[in-house]
Design a protein around this ligand. Structure first.
Ligand SMILES: Nc1ncnc2c1ncn2[C@@H]1O[C@H](COP(=O)(O)OP(=O)(O)OP(=O)(O)O)[C@@H](O)[C@H]1O
Length: 732
C-alpha cells in the first residue's frame, strides 16, 4: 500500500506542475475507482436483464442464452461442443415452455407444497422412528436453551461476587459453573448426533421410496429413454437426496433452536429488566423493529439461491454423467484414441460447473457483506441500547446518590450482575437471530434441492403411468392422425391385452404403429399374428424399426394406436425373453449370470441344480468357464468374457428360462456359425418360438415366416418359401 501511495504522490506532483492540485488529482482518482467498481458490479445485472435472448448464428442455427444457464466463453475450436450445448439448452427451454405451470425454485407456494409432499414420505406416521428422533432432538434443543440461560445467570453472579470481593460465594458459583459444563457439552454433542441420525433416517425413507418408484413399470428405462425431463437420475437418487435430507435435518435444529432461544431469552431479559424496575417493553419493541426492518431489506436484496443451487446440482450431475460414460466406454474410446474429444467434454462440463459456482460465490460476497453489517453492527448497537435502557431509565438511579456506601456498593454489584447476564443473553439472542437469518439462505438453497428431489418423484410417478414429456420433432399435424396429441403431449391410445386362454398363446398386433420416443413414425400400421411354432425372421435396412418392434412387444415403448395381444406370463414360464446384441452381465457369480434375472431363491424354488446349470453351459459350449472359475465366485463378467462368450452366456439364460417366445436381436453375431446352428436347433427342440433379427443368411433355414420392412414404412409378413429357407446354399 505504501509503495502504491508513494507512486500516486509522485504522479500527483507531476500533475501539480501542470496546474492540477493534489486534491483535485486525488478526487479524480477516487471517482474513477468508484466508477470502475460500479461498472463492474452493474454489468452482470445489465447482462442478466437480457437473460433469455435468442441470437442467430452465422450458420442460421439458433442459440439460446439464459441468465442461469449461461454457456461458456469458448474458442472457435469448441464450436461443435458449443452448438451441442446450445441444443441441450434449447431442449430444456422448450420443456420449460411446454410446462406452463413451471415456477423457478425459491421460497414460494410451490416449494411448500413439494416440501409437504416429501415430509409425508420422510415422516409417514405420527408414531414412527423419525418422530421419536425428532422428539428427543427437540427435547435436547430446549434443554440447551435452558442451560444457556442458566450459564448466563451464573456468569452474571460470578461478576457480581468479584465486584463484591466475596471469595466464598465466588468459589461456590464457579464450582456450579464447572458442574453445568458436563451436561451442557453432552447436550451439544447429542444435538449433533441426533441431527446426523435424523438426516440418515430421512434419507433412508426417501431413498426407499424413490427406488420403489424407479423400478416401478420399467421406470429406469422410461425416464432416460422416453422422457426428457431428468438428465441424470443417478445423481438425483444419490447426491441430491442426501443433500436434501441433511439440509432438512440441519434446518430443523437451526430454525427451532433459535426460536426457543429467542422466546426464553426474551422472557429472561424481561424478568431482569423488571428486577431493575425499568420498562420491560421498550427494549424488546426496539429490537423487534430493527430486526424486522433489516430482515426485510435482506429478503429484498437476497439473490435467488434456490435457482442457483439447483442449477449447480444440475451441472455437477452432468459432470458425473460424463465421467461415468468414459468409465463405461473406456475400451472403445481407447481404441478410437478419442481422449481429446472426451477430455474436451469433461473440461467443458467442469468449466460450466465452475462458472455456476463462481456466480454463486460472487452473489454471496455482497449479500454476506450486507448481512454481516446488519448483524454485527446494527444489531450490536441496538443490543447496547437495549441493555442500557433499564439502567438508564430504572427508577432507583436518582435515589442511589443519596444512599449509604454499603447500599451503593450492593446496587453497583447488582447492576454489574444484570449487565453481565443481559449481555450474555443478548449475545445468545443475537446468535439465535443470526442463525435464523442465515437459515433463510439455507431455506432458499433447500428449495433448490426440494425442487430436484420432488421433481424427480413427480416425473417417476408420471412415467410409470405412461405420461412422457420429450421434445418432439414432429408437429401435431404431421402425424396424419396416427398419434393423438393433448397439450402437446402424445397420448398412448393403444391397448395391451393379456390373454389367459391356454388355447390361444399367439401374439397379435392389430394396426399398431411403430413410433419412436421422439414421435417419429417408423411404421404407420403393423398387423400380424405370431402363433407358437411360427418362427419369424425379421429383416430390413438399418433403422427400419426391427428392434423397435421388440421394444413394443416387450412393453418398453408405448403403443399410440391399435391393439397388442400377448399371452399372460404363467408362473415360472416367461412369455417373452429378449436377447440383445450386447448382452448385459450382472454383478455376481457365474451362477447368477446364467439364472439372471432370477435370484438364487428363485432357482431353488424351481428345483434347478448346479449340475443342470453345467449342462446348460455345455449346450452353449461354455463348460470351460465353469471349469476355470467356481460357480460361486463373484467376478466382473463384463470384462472377463469375450464378446462371443457373453452372447453364448445370454443364450444359456434363454435355455434356463425356456420362454414361449425368444426375441433374438442379432444375438449370435459374434458366435461361430457351427455353435450358432446348434443353439438354434436346441432352442427349437425346447419348444421356444423364435423371433430373429439377423443379417446372416445361415439362420434363414430355422424360420418358417418372414417379416420384411422396406425402411419407408411398408412391410410384408408371409410364409417363407423353400428357396428362401435354403438361401444360405444359394449364396455360398
Ligand atoms: N431411444 C430412441 N429415441 C429416439 N429414436 C430412437 C430410439 N431408438 C431408436 N430410435 C429410432 O427409431 C428408428 C428405428 O430404430 P431401430 O432400433 O428399430 O432400428 P433397426 O431396424 O433395429 O436398425 P438396425 O438394423 O440398425 O439395428 C431409428 O430411426 C432410430 O433412430
Amino acid at each position: 500500500m505504501s509503495v502504491l501511495s508513494k507512486y500516486v504522490d509522485r504522479i500527483a506532483e507531476k500533475f501539480e506542475h501542470n496546474g492540477i492540485t493534489k486534491h483535485a488529482f486525488s478526487y479524480a482518482l477516487v471517482t474513477s475507482a468508484i466508477l470502475a467498481l460500479t461498472i463492474k458490479v452493474t454489468i452482470p445485472y445489465v447482462k442478466n436483464a437480457h437473460t433469455t435472448s435468442i441470437e442467430k448464428t452465422p450458420k442460421g442455427k439458433t442459440k439460446v442464452y439464459n441468465g442461469v444457464l449461461t454457456p461458456l466463453k469458448t474458442d472457435s475450436t469448441e464450436e461443435d461442443l458449443k452448438l451441442a450445448e446450445a441444443e441441450k439448452l434449447l431442449v430444456a427451454q422448450q420443456l420449460k415452455k411446454n410446462n406452463k405451470n413451471f415456477v423457478e425454485p425459491g421460497l414460494n407456494h410451490e416449494f411448500l407444497k413439494q416440501l409437504k409432499m416429501l415430509a409425508k414420505i420422510m415422516i409417514p406416521h405420527t408414531l414412527c422412528y423419525e418422530t421419536g428422533l425428532l422428539s428427543i432432538h427437540t427435547f435436547c434443543l430446549i434443554s440447551r436453551t435452558f442451560l444457556s440461560i442458566y450459564v448466563a445467570a451464573l456468569e452474571g453472579a460470578l461478576v457480581k461476587f468479584i465486584v463484591r470481593k466475596d471469595i466464598k460465594q465466588f468459589g461456590l458459583v464457579l464450582l456450579k459453573w464447572f458442574g453445568i459444563a458436563i451436561p451442557a457439552t453432552f447436550v451439544n454433542s447429542m444435538i449433533r448426533f441426533l441431527e446426523s441420525k435424523l438426516a440418515l433416517a430421512f434419507r433412508t425413507r426417501l431413498v426407499r421410496h424413490s427406488y420403489r418408484l424407479y423400478f416401478k413399470n420399467q421406470n429406469y428405462y422410461r425416464v432416460s429413454n422416453l422422457d426428457g425431463r431428468i438428465e441424470n437420475a443417478d445423481h438425483r437418487l444419490t447426491e441430491d437426496i442426501s443433500v436434501f435430507a441433511s439440509s432438512v435435518a440441519h434446518l430443523y435444529s437451526s430454525l427451532t433452536k433459535p426460536c426457543f432461544d429467542l422466546m426464553l431469552i426474551g422472557l429472561a431479559l424481561m424478568r431482569s429488566s423488571r428486577k431493575m424496575k425499568a420498562n420491560i417493553l421498550t427494549g424488546p419493541a426496539l429490537s423487534v423493529g430493527v430486526i424486522a426492518l433489516t430482515a426485510h431489506i435482506l429478503r429484498i436484496v437476497s439473490p435467488k439461491f434456490g435457482q442457483l443451487v439447483s442449477e449447480e446440482a444440475n451441472r455437477y450431475g452432468y459432470l458425473r454423467h460424463i465421467h461415468s460414460r468414459i468409465i463405461t466406454n473406456a475400451e472403445e474410446i481407447a481404441f478410437y484414441g478419442g481422449h481429446k474429444v472426451e477430455m474436451q467434454q469433461l473440461r467443458q462440463a467442469y468449466n460450466r460447473l465452475v462458472n455456476q459456482m463462481t456466480a454463486i460465490f460472487n452473489q454471496k460476497l455482497w449479500f454476506i457483506m450486507l448481512e454481516q453489517f446488519f448483524m454485527k453492527y446494527v444489531w450490536s448497537g441496538t443490543g447496547m441500547i437495549m441493555v442500557s435502557l433499564p439502567i438508564l431509565t430504572g427508577k432507583d438511579v436518582s435515589s442511589e446518590t443519596i444512599s449509604g456506601t454499603a447500599i451503593t456498593e450492593s446496587r453497583v454489584s447488582e447492576r454489574t450482575q444484570y449487565l453481565t447476564t443481559a449481555r450474555n443473553l443478548l449475545i445468545s439472542a443475537a446468535d439465535a437471530i443470526e442463525r435464523l437469518m442465515s437459515s433463510y439462505k439455507e431455506i432458499v438453497s433447500l428449495a433448490g434441492y426440494t425442487y430436484r428431489v420432488a421433481g424427480m418423484m413427480d416425473v417417476f410417478e408420471e412415467t410409470a403411468q405412461g405420461v412422457y414429456c420429450k421434445t418432439s420433432v414432429m408437429e401435431t399435424d404431421q402425424s396424419n392422425g396416427i398419434i393423438e396429441f393433448r397439450n402437446g403431449k402424445p397420448i398412448a391410445k393403444g391397448r395391451i391385452i393379456y390373454s389367459d386362454d391356454p388355447e390361444n398363446m399367439s401374439i397379435n398386433l392389430r394396426a399398431v404403429p411403430v413410433v419412436t420416443p421422439n414421435c417419429d413414425i417408423v411404421v404407420p400400421k403393423l398387423t400380424l399374428c405370431i402363433e407358437p411354432g411360427v418362427h419369424l425372421l425379421i429383416t430390413g435396412p438399418n433403422g427400419c424399426g426391427k428392434s423397435s418392434l421388440f421394444r413394443i412387444l416387450s412393453g418398453l415403448w408405448p403403443i399410440y394406436a391399435g391393439e397388442l395381444q400377448i399371452p399372460r406370463p404363467v408362473k415360472d414360464v416367461p412369455c417373452m425373453f429378449y436377447i440383445p446384441q450386447r448382452p448385459y452381465m450382472s454383478i455376481g457369480s457365474l451362477c447368477d449370470q446364467i439364472i439372471y434375472p432370477d435370484t438364487r431363491d428363485d432357482m431353488k424354488r424351481k428345483q434347478i441344480t448346479e449340475n443342470e446349470l453345467r449342462s446348460i453351459l455345455k449346450l452353449v459350449s461354455l463348460e470351460h468357464i465353469a471349469q476355470r472359475d467356481s460357480f460361486d465366485v463373484v467376478r466382473d463378467w463384463k470384462d472377463i468374457l469375450s464378446g462371443g462368450e457373453k452372447q453364448r452366456m445370454a443364450i444359456a439364460r434363454l435355455f434356463y428360462h425356456k420362454p414361449r417366445y425368444a426375441l433374438l436381436d442379432e444375438c449370435t453375431s459374434a458366435v461361430s456359425i457351427d455353435v450358432e446352428s446348434s443353439i438354434y436347433e436346441i432352442a427349437k427342440g425346447m419348444g421356444i418360438t423364435l423371433l430373429t433379427i439377423t443379417h446372416r443368411p445361415t439362420l434363414w433355414k430355422y424360420h418358417t415366416h418372414i417379416l420384411e420392412f422396406d425402411g419407408l414404412g411398408s412391410w410384408q409378413f408371409r410364409k417363407m418359401n423353400a428357396d428362401e429357407q435354403q438361401k444360405e446354399q444359394f449364396l455360398s
